[in-house]
Design a protein. Structure first.
Length: 189
């Protein structure tokens, strides 16, 4: 809402007076830094719907510029049997996540879900094998169950959602291969 000219003038005079007295004023955050809703839909997530809700809560608690809620279909969550888990980002905060049922039997399903949503929020894979880095995906091994983004990963999401220029800079992308293929019954070892 725009302030009337008189109110804006009085606010400017008050700020100048406070500055002359040595008082520090804080500017309001620009509109581009406002919290952005990322609406997700779990109607096709089957047994992974509760993991999507938990992952959304994790992202909400670790970031400042997004609010993930079940309010629409910007982000669709699906599951499949085989083929690997992946994310397909159409634009920042929009796309789909597919969780492989078999893969989720070998790796933490919450870590997989939070990782794949990280792609929708603008993060790339980081195959460094470090369990503390969420975007390291399956390279951290099946024993890694950490579903939390690192401080740097959360800060990057805040940065991407805090600046309008960064929003338009992200391109559609498909992220596959973050998790090793699940072992099949009878496979040679």
């Amino acid at each position: 809402m725009r302030l009337p000219k008189v109110t804006r003038f009085l606010a400017t005079v008050a700020t100048a007076a406070l500055a002359a007295l040595g008082t520090v004023t804080v500017d309001a955050a620009p509109a581009s830094a406002a919290v952005r809703n990322v609406c997700y839909n779990t109607s096709q997530a089957g047994p992974f719907a509760s993991y999507a809700v938990q992952a959304a809560s994790i992202w909400n608690n670790r970031t400042n510029n997004i609010n993930m809620a079940q309010c629409g279909s910007n982000l669709m969550i699906y599951y499949t049997y085989g083929g690997g888990s992946y994310a397909q980002r159409t634009s920042l905060g929009n796309g789909r996540v597919v969780i492989d049922y078999y893969q989720a039997q070998q790796y933490s399903p919450l870590r997989i879900m939070t990782h794949e949503i990280g792609h929708i929020l603008g993060l790339p894979d980081n195959y460094n094998g470090n369990c503390a880095i969420l975007m390291s995906g399956g390279s951290a091994g099946a024993s890694c169950t950490n579903p939390y983004p690192s401080t740097a990963e959360a800060a990057r999401v805040d940065q991407l959602f805090g600046f309008a220029a960064a929003r338009s800079a992200t391109t559609p992308q498909v992220f596959t291969g973050s998790w090793p293929a699940p072992a099949t019954a009878g496979a040679q070892r």
